[in-house]
Design a protein around this ligand. Structure first.
Ligand code: 13P
Length: 251
């Protein structure tokens, strides 16, 4: 059964007290949500423990924004998958375009990270998406297909039950320029067919594929009405509980 998810990627925003307040506000507002929509928040590493405490007793899930590509040891500044599970994370985001662009995250590294995360019992929200040049050159289907295959074709249909894909066109992230529902839907359908090609129709049909990029309460309804768009990965609008929940109520 396909799951509907609205996940908030807080990126490098909020202090710990602000993050805890935001988490509490999300928990309070989440009570009004239909049971078939899962809410996830992904605060910075420093916030994970106190935010996990704030989420206790609620159905809101905790996610990291990244994980290390090694299990443990002398990797200064990195955070390992078992550290994330020990603090209560159920998910980690991987391959966000900001990590690909600014921190040299490659598909090869993402295979390693995905493997470590799945082995540790974490679910993975894998981000894919083309940049503006690629879109203007008409390469968006090729880029997204290649990114999806490069990571997920190393796994099994069983593994994929623990994976969510987020399509985030780079030109729509934080720019206020949302992909139209039709633009997003055709890429989501393409991603689903890439999954079907290797893992079969059932795996493809069960896969949750989120849209991310300037998603807000005013455009979420139209996006989520598309048959292959199963929710959102939200940046800016996830920093206000009211907007985040407004998006989650758009199904
Ligand atoms: P915005 O919603 O701020 O455009 O960010 C989207 C995003 O990158 C979520 O991961």
């Amino acid at each position: 059964m396909r799951k509907y998810i609205v996940a908030g990627n807080w990126k490098m925003n909020t202090t710990v007290p602000e993050g805890v307040e935001l988490a509490k506000a999300v928990v309070a507002a989440a009570k009004e949500l239909p049971a078939n929509v899962e809410l996830v928040v992904a605060p910075p590493f420093t916030h994970l423990y106190p935010v996990a405490e704030a989420l206790k007793g609620s159905k809101v899930k905790l996610s990291a924004q990244n994980c290390a590509d090694h299990e443990k040891g002398a990797y200064t500044g990195e955070v390992a998958v078992n550290m994330l599970t020990s603090v209560g994370c159920e998910y980690t985001i991987l391959g966000h375009s900001e990590r690909r662009q600014y921190y040299g995250e490659t598909d090869e590294k993402l295979v390693v990270k995905t493997k470590l995360a799945l082995e540790a019992g974490l679910k993975v929200i894998l981000c894919v998406g083309e940049n503006l040049d690629e879109r203007e050159a008409g390469k968006h289907f090729d880029v997204v297909t290649a990114q999806t295959k490069a990571v997920l074709y190393n796994f099994t249909a069983e593994d994929l039950k623990k994976v969510v894909i987020a399509y985030e066109p780079v030109w729509a992230i934080g720019t206020g320029k949302t992909a139209t529902a039709a633009q997003a839907e055709e890429i989501h359908a393409c991603i689903r067919s890439v999954i079907a090609e290797k893992f079969g129709l059932e795996a493809a049909d069960d896969m949750t594929i989120l849209y991310g990029g300037s998603c807000k309460p005013s455009n979420a309804k139209e996006l989520f009405a598309e048959k292959d768009i199963d929710g959102g990965l939200i940046g800016g609008a996830a920093l206000k509980a009211e907007d985040f929940l407004g998006i989650a109520k758009s199904f």
